[in-house]
Design a protein around this ligand. Structure first.
Ligand SMILES: Cc1cc2nc3c(=O)[nH]c(=O)nc-3n(C[C@H](O)[C@H](O)[C@H](O)COP(=O)(O)OP(=O)(O)OC[C@H]3O[C@@H](n4cnc5c(N)ncnc54)[C@H](O)[C@@H]3O)c2cc1C
Length: 321
């Protein structure tokens, strides 16, 4: 598996559950990909990527998340979520969303801090290599769960695959700029909010469900800017300008007495896929390099999770046929 996000971990679990070996390569030091948690200086976990797991009751994703993390908190459903960045049924993790990723990863061999850049065909399957030219072993099949632009880069250094590369290059992503902050002087409602939305702010999330509570009188919040504002700010704005904009928006929404006690800015270039049509044959039945993740699944985290499971089933079928 390339990538230890939601779909890559789902794929690895499925391969192992079917009695096969799996190794996950992850370029970063953390687990979860865009399900990402940071800690404040006081040690409070803050979700600075996707703010919650979108896991509607009755889905397999909800079942596994609540089984692995029984202390997850169910926030009220959002009736009118913003355009394609939908979280209809938020599940929030008291240690941050990577708590779930860590539980999903339990028992899986994960090699972190290695960016796989080449997939060289060898008699046994594929030899995986990194940008320094080091080999990371030979594998009979590969599941690629990276966001589309990174998956395309990888496939370009593998066996000829022009159609899938062209498709991956066509998938557009909305950027997201986030400000995590301590807020004093006003009262912020204690739940994930869609009503914090303005022309500039996509959502404002109160992180109060997290295990280490903020200081008395303080709310820990994450302000996520709209794709439009994020796209411009991603390259042009300094952190100070972004923080000033977040403060201006919070004051407009919750009151002029709002002050920020601490701040962290995070910029995501590829946050969420813009909805797009997925070719029926994106993973041909004999493919030994199988794609999963949001580039090749319907919108919605339960579908992204399922895309990992499907990729695993498909690869195992191809390898054993
Ligand atoms: C700020 C933000 C807000 C979001 N809001 C929503 C929302 O409201 N609703 C919603 O449905 N979704 C939302 N998302 C998107 C959602 O989080 C993702 O769609 C989902 O987590 C994607 O999972 P994935 O497994 O497909 O990919 P990722 O989580 O991106 O996992 C891919 C992994 O592959 C690794 N990787 C990439 N290339 C390589 C390589 N060459 N070698 C090794 N490792 C590699 C990456 O480091 C990453 O860990 C949001 C995301 C962000 C960042």
């Amino acid at each position: 598996m390339i990538g230890a996000g939601l779909s890559g971990l789902a794929a690895a679990r499925r391969v192992i559950a079917q009695g096969h070996d799996a190794v996950v390569f992850e370029k970063s030091r953390g687990l979860g990909g865009r399900l990402a948690t940071r800690r404040t200086d006081d040690g409070m976990p803050i979700d600075h990527g996707a703010p919650a797991l979108d896991a509607p009751d009755g889905t397999e994703l909800a079942a596994i998340a609540t089984e692995l993390c029984p202390n997850a908190v169910r926030y009220p459903s959002i009736a009118t979520p913003p355009a394609y960045d939908t979280i209809r049924s938020p599940l929030v993790f008291v240690d941050g969303i990577t708590q779930f990723a860590k539980q999903l990863a339990d028992g899986i061999e994960i090699i972190r801090g290695i960016r796989i850049t080449t997939l060289r065909t060898v008699p046994a399957g594929f030899e995986l290599g990194d940008e320094q030219g080091n080999s990371h072993g030979q594998f009979s099949g590969v599941i690629v769960s990276a966001p589309a632009p990174q998956a395309a880069d990888l496939l370009e250094n593998g066996p000829s695959d022009p159609e899938r590369i062209a498709f991956l290059r066509s998938v557009a992503y909305a950027p997201a700029v986030m400000v995590a902050c301590g807020v004093i002087g006003v009262t912020i409602p204690p739940q994930l909010m869609s009503d914090g939305r303005t022309e500039v702010v996509l959502r404002c999330i109160n992180e109060s469900a997290k295990r280490a509570s903020p200081q008395a009188g303080e709310s820990a919040c994450v302000v996520q800017f709209t794709p439009e504002y994020s796209g411009a700010a991603y390259v042009d704005a300094t952190d100070d300008q972004i923080i000033a904009k977040a403060l201006e928006e919070l004051r407009a929404q919750w009151g002029a007495g709002c002050e920020l006690t601490w701040t962290q800015v995070k910029r995501w270039r590829f946050a969420s896929c813009v909805p797009h049509r997925i070719p029926d044959d994106i993973n041909p039945s004999d493919a030994r390099i199988v794609l999963c993740g949001d580039a090749v699944s319907s919108p919605g985290m339960e579908h992204i999770y399922a895309s990992g499971q499907c990729a695993a089933d498909q690869l195992l079928a191809a390898l054993t046929s």
